[in-house]
Design a protein around this ligand. Sequence first.
Ligand SMILES: *[C@@H]1O[C@H](CO)[C@@H](O)[C@H](O)[C@H]1NC(C)=O
Length: 268
Amino acid sequence: MLPSGVFFLLILGSMVDTKTLSEKGSLLYPYGPHQGDATNPKHDDGTSEAIILSVPFTFYGKTYKTAFVNNNGVISFNEPVRQYTPDPFPLADGSPFVTPYWADVDNVLGGDIFYRQTTDPALLKDISQDITQYFPQSPFTATWALVATWDHVAYYGSTSEKGNTFQAVLTTDSKMFYIIFNYGDIQWTTGAASDGDAETGLGGIPAHAGFNSGDDTNFYNIPGSQTDAIINITTTSNVKVPGRWVFRVDDFQVTGVDPPQPSNNCWL
Ligand SMILES: *[C@@H]1O[C@H](CO)[C@@H](O)[C@H](O)[C@H]1NC(C)=O
């Protein structure tokens, strides 16, 4: 009796483990109205209201107290962004930009953009563990995060059901500042007003991912940006987790990529 009972428990245990893993299969941290997220209004090229950061965020040596979560896949500081076709970095107008996936989202046609500032201990613990794993030389205990999620968002001019799901997380312990990009499902690269195909959401001027510090020298383009290959950003990483990119941003540094500051060329 005892051995078969133990065997049964082992089987049960591995089934429970598997279930937990598949539920955790998404790279995205929890999001949505049930997490207390605010939801952006349904406007093409719309934005959140001004988000007063309860912990000011230092990005490339400058500290910002106001952010916007913009529908077109950009988190900006001080000013909202309505531009729908991405420009190469560094941007001529010097806007400080965090862009997990800058492209022409239309949340009237489909999907939602959510955000919240959080000090939830369980979430901060997960974020801290992840960052400490990727940057073991500087142990990190998050005290705050801004979680912005684009959930199955459609593209401008879409005649398809395609949607992109991705997330950007700003976090700090008030000394170090990090940004995490999580890519769940990327099905399109280009809106119809950026020369994309209305049926496929491909072609034209594809999406751009990375950072623009606001000065001429500090910026980063995730490989594949503004090429067709950006559709595969769910398979690339600088921390060995496909679909996740993580950067320390208080002072400019990029780890896990070689060469350290690639241009728009495709490194896939
Ligand atoms: C995306 O990745 C797949 C699988 O590796 C590859 O076949 C395809 O060519 C890639 N797409 C682009 C546009 O690079």
